[in-house]
Design a protein around this ligand. Structure first.
Ligand SMILES: NC(=O)C1=CN([C@@H]2O[C@H](COP(=O)(O)OP(=O)(O)OC[C@H]3O[C@@H](n4cnc5c(N)ncnc54)[C@H](O)[C@@H]3O)[C@@H](O)[C@H]2O)C=CC1
Ligand SMILES: O=C(O)C(=O)[C@H](O)COP(=O)(O)O
Length: 384
């Protein structure tokens, strides 16, 4: 059995080595010829999987080790009877930690002692938005949730949903919707001139979903105005050929790596492995956890002198500080368009190991219950 797989999927040999022969390919440039004789195709978000790629091939199962599926023509796969699996929720914790870290930097920039005084509007309350909301609420933030499809599906739900306009009133607005083009709730360019006009200079807009959810022409126009909001973009229209002038204008610019914790990537591989085993009728013998290495930083201690917010933010940034990715992306924006696109993908391919807060043991001596609860909200292991 031939498995054609994106070389950026971690642990390919460990998970799939005894299922078939693996041919590693560059996901961005995968061609019909490379996939023609494959039985199984494993991709990440950069490969468009559709009729143009697969017509006439032997492929009978496609797996994407990602949450998003906007790069896959699901209808065509279904019509052809080709098996499919994605990895819902695999890197939701990683994205939530990215957002928390960005919010912590924003609070510092605003000179806030208490970062939980910020209100946070979450647009798209699925695996990522839901996990983020839960964590923020446990930390003491006021959170507003906007998810019209869920609001319709769950009319009697306990969760109070708000409109997009109401979410846009929050100090921080963070986008976690999939990219969709079908009405009534299409997200393509969901945030354009009218929506951007609703957020002002003391607010922060984060996009951790898909680049095309925000109209980048409109965003450029808004960022040229004196009362423009701060913007943190992890995802961009037209990746990898993103606009350097937009990178210049946004406050925090990262190369679509919010979900790039090692745990998140490895879980993505495991989920596709499990689905493939089911598809082929094979026993499931492996788990991502068995391959997780020891983290570089495993323990952090705080004493009774620790200031609560400060301690939480320190631990968060031990795991992930987006400023390093921001600096690297800005450097990568030198050169001509082709060089910039290559540099964008290289940053993602050669991404350093990043671990989630759950990899961190927090030692607390004489600290308050609320600080302990804060670390629990982050998923850290506690030693009290
Ligand atoms: N930046 C990154 O590295 C990553 C980005 N993503 C992106 O984040 C997206 C969300 O991920 P999950 O939460 O796991 O997906 P999910 O499918 O669990 O949740 C998405 C939520 O968005 C809601 N939604 C759909 N249309 C909406 C609209 N017009 N307005 C408001 N809400 C709407 C849905 O009802 C759903 O509850 C993915 O589809 C993917 O595109 C995911 C992982 C990593
Ligand atoms: O899971 C998703 O959806 C994502 O956006 C991934 O984190 C993107 O990673 P790549 O598939 O582009 O490596």
């Amino acid at each position: 059995m031939l498995i054609v797989a994106d070389e950026n999927i971690p642990l390919l040999d460990a998970f799939f080595g005894d299922i078939g022969e693996i041919r590693r390919v560059t996901g961005r440039t995968l061609s019909r010829e490379q996939v023609q004789d494959a039985d199984i195709l494993l991709v990440r978000s950069v490969t468009r999987v559709n009729r143009e790629l697969l017509e006439g091939s032997r492929v009978r199962f496609v797996g994407t080790a990602t949450i998003g599926t906007d790069h896959i023509d699901l209808e065509w796969l279904q019509a052809r009877g080709i098996g499919f699996a994605a990895a819902p929720g695999c890197n939701a914790t990683s994205v939530a930690e990215y957002v928390l870290s960005v919010v912590s930097l924003f609070a510092e920039r605003r000179g806030l002692d208490d970062w939980t005084s910020l209100t946070v509007g979450i647009v798209g309350v699925g695996n990522v938005g839901g996990q983020l909301a839960q964590c923020l609420e446990r930390l003491g933030f006021e959170v507003r949730l906007c998810d019209p499809p869920r609001q319709e599906r769950e009319p009697g739900a306990e969760l109070p949903f708000v409109s997009l306009a109401e979410a846009l009133e929050c100090d921080v607005v963070t986008l976690h919707t999939p990219l969709t083009r079908h009405q009534p709730h299409a997200t393509w360019h969901m945030v354009s001139d009218p929506e951007l006009a609703l957020i002002g200079a003391d607010q922060l807009l984060i996009n951790g979903g898909r680049g095309e959810v925000v109209d980048s022409e409109a965003l450029m126009r808004r960022l040229e105005q004196a009362d423009a909001p701060l913007v943190a973009l992890d995802v961009w229209e037209h990746e990898p050929g993103i606009r350097p002038d937009l990178v210049d204008k946004v406050w925090l610019a990262t190369p679509h790596i919010a979900g790039y914790s090692l745990e998140g990537k490895m879980q993505g591989t495991e989920m596709v492995y499990r689905a493939l085993c089911q598809f082929l009728g094979l026993p499931i013998r492996k788990k991502a956890g068995q391959f997780l290495p020891e983290p570089a930083v495993s323990k952090v201690s705080f004493t009774s002198s620790a200031e609560e917010d400060e301690a939480i933010r320190t631990a968060l940034r031990v795991c992930y500080d987006p400023r390093r990715d921001d600096a690297r992306l800005r450097l990568a924006m030198r050169g001509n368009p082709e060089q910039r696109a290559v540099a964008f993908d290289r940053l993602r391919r050669d991404y350093p190991v990043r671990r989630e807060c759950s990899s961190l043991k927090i030692q607390l001596k004489g600290t308050s219950k609320s600080l302990q609860d804060g670390f629990r909200a982050l998923g850290c292991k506690l030693k009290i």
